[in-house]
Ligand binder design. Structure first.
Ligand SMILES: [Zn+2]
Length: 48
């Protein structure tokens, strides 16, 4: 797991680690990864 403390998009330093379903798109199709742990920036919404 990556250890990130600042948002690469806006530099916000209070990104949070969350665990929820990830919904993404790949080549025009949407997919869901259940129970994925990732970081989310509270400032700009960037997901890492
Ligand atoms: Zn951000």
């Amino acid at each position: 797991m990556l250890k990130i403390k600042t948002c690469p998009s806006c530099g916000w330093n209070e990104i949070k680690k969350v665990r929820r379903n990830w919904i993404g798109t790949y080549k025009g199709k949407s997919y869901t990864v259940p129970n994925l742990q990732y970081y989310e920036c509270a400032e700009c919404g960037e997901r890492i």
